[in-house]
Each structure stands twice: as C-alpha cells, then as structure tokens.
Design a protein around this ligand. Structure first.
Ligand code: SF4
Length: 287
C-alpha cells in the first residue's frame, strides 16, 4: 500500500539550517544515527531539539529485516575511536539523556557488546549526571554479552520485539521471539534496577489479539516501558504497510498496557522506540 499517508502523519518541515548543522556535527565526529539510517519520520523534530539516537558499530547490518532501511551486507572493522567521538558529540550537544543503538553484528564474536560497554562506561565516567539508554540487538542470546552491557551500567536497556511472533519469518528473519523475551527477562534478573523497554510496530498484518498477547509476554518478562508506533514502508522493496492503524486504536493499546502493569507506555502512530525517550523515562521515574 503506497500513496498518500493519512493526515495524522502531517508534520511541520524542519529548518534546513538546523538539519545541516546537525548532519555536519555528526559527520565531523564520524558518527552515524539510526535517525538517518532508518529514515525516521521524526528526524526533523529530534534534530531540531538537538537530540539523536546514535548508531554504533557502523551503518551496515548483518541481518535483513524486511521493514528496515538500514544498509545490509558485510560490515567493516569496529571503529575503536567511536566511544570517544560519541562522548565529544554528546558534550557538544549538551545532552543529558543519550540513546545508543547499533546494527546487528553477527560477524563479531561478542555481537558488539564490548563496544556498547566501552561507550556506556566512557559516558558515565565523563558526562556528569547523564542518563544512558541502549537499544541493543539480541547478541544471539549470549548471556556473556548481555551481562557485559548490563554491568557497564546503562539506566535503560531497550530491545525491540518489533512485531508478533507469527510474522517473524517474513518481517524479522534471523531473529527469534523467545530469545528477545529472554534477553529482557535476563537483564532484569541480572540487575533489577535497570529499566527495561521494548517496542512494537503496527500495520504489518498483526491482529489485535496478537498485539495484546505480545504485551502480556513482555510483562511476564518484567518489561517496564513499551513503545507502539505505526510501521511506514521505507521503499517499495520493503515490507508493505498492510494497514494504517487509526490513532484511537493506539490510545486503546496505551490503556491496555497501563492495565497490564507497564510503568509507562508511549503509543501513537509516530512513536518510535527512542522517540522522546527522556520524557518516557522521566514519567516512569516519577511514578
Ligand atoms: S537487525 Fe536491526 S538494523 Fe539490522 S536489519 Fe534488522 S532492524 Fe535493521
């Protein structure tokens, strides 16, 4: 289903000057963002607000999720200077809340966990009062890798289940629904102080019952925060949008999520897993 987006996706265009200065800053530090790589619809708002979700471990993924615009193929070597560059960018932007994600690096023995740990440790040791959220891949379920990230001390560990298990073969080949739940459960077991978070995209062909079942599974994994947004097709080569879910259904899911016991739920068509992440965290902390 291509063609016009529903009216609720209408957004004000961002100031081109602000956008280019953010692009220049990121290029200057040889940093990538998921905002740019995944063609996020909120990039104008976030860059204008002077925030971004940093993409570490390069911009090429070893997996082929059919909804994702990130480049795929054989990634290059890990940039050893990346944690320092990220710290410099965070200081230059004056960020107090930082979200770090990565492509999936199945080519690395630890899946990139050590680069996450180095980056988080450097930020926490050098940026006073900073809150760090990491949006991690599944590290192929490696407990050693997950422990490395947990021990580096990010306040929030996010791992998206993305969609319902029935759709995994066509939407997230290479991923495993049970493995993703197990990762969230393990993080909470390893450090109950860590806030856990996950995210769902709607409009890929899931049913209402399946969405609610996934929300229940996440609560069983002691997941604290949930984001729910509308899938948008990055190009005709990507998975089609099966349905544009109306805003009122997102509102219903938010209420269902609260009733299921999530500390906080952000649910609306433009929500993305790290969109307004600091707000969601603050709301959860004030509960
Ligand atoms: S693993 Fe992540 S970055 Fe890689 S293709 Fe899937 S969604 Fe995109």
């Amino acid at each position: 289903m291509r063609g016009r987006l529903p009216p609720w996706f209408k957004q004000r265009l961002a100031d081109p000057a602000v956008m280019s200065s953010m692009h220049d800053l990121l290029d200057g530090f040889n940093l990538h963002t998921i905002c740019q790589s995944a063609l996020c619809p909120n990039i104008g708002n976030c860059f204008t607000a002077g925030t971004a979700t940093f993409l570490i471990l390069g911009d090429m993924c070893t997996r082929r999720c059919t909804f994702c615009a990130v480049k795929r193929g054989h990634p290059g070597p890990v940039d050893e200077a990346e944690p320092e560059h990220l710290l410099e960018a965070v200081e230059k932007l004056g960020l107090s809340y930082v979200v770090i994600t990565s492509v999936t690096r199945d080519d690395l023995p630890d899946g990139g966990a050590s680069q996450f740990a180095r980056t988080v440790t450097l930020l926490r040791e050098n940026a006073a009062g900073i809150t760090v959220e990491v949006l991690v891949p599944d590290f192929r379920g490696s407990e050693k890798a997950i422990l490395m990230v947990v021990e580096s001390g990010p306040q929030v560990i996010n791992h998206n289940v993305e969609t319902v298990p029935r759709l995994y073969p066509e939407v997230r080949p290479g991923a495993d629904y049970a493995r993703s739940l197990e990762l969230l459960y393990l993080v909470k077991k390893l450090n109950p102080e860590t806030v856990t978070k996950s995210g769902l995209m709607l409009g890929l062909g899931e049913s209402r019952e399946e969405v609610i079942e996934v929300m229940g599974d996440l609560r069983e994994a002691n997941c604290d925060l949930l984001t729910i947004g509308q899938y948008l097709q990055p190009s005709p080569q990507h998975h089609p949008v099966i349905r544009f879910v109306p805003p009122e259904e997102f509102t219903e899911y938010e209420a269902i999520g609260q009733a299921l016991g999530f500390t906080e739920v952000a649910s609306s068509p433009l929500v993305r897993s790290s969109y307004r992440a600091a707000e969601l965290y603050d709301r959860a902390k004030s509960c």
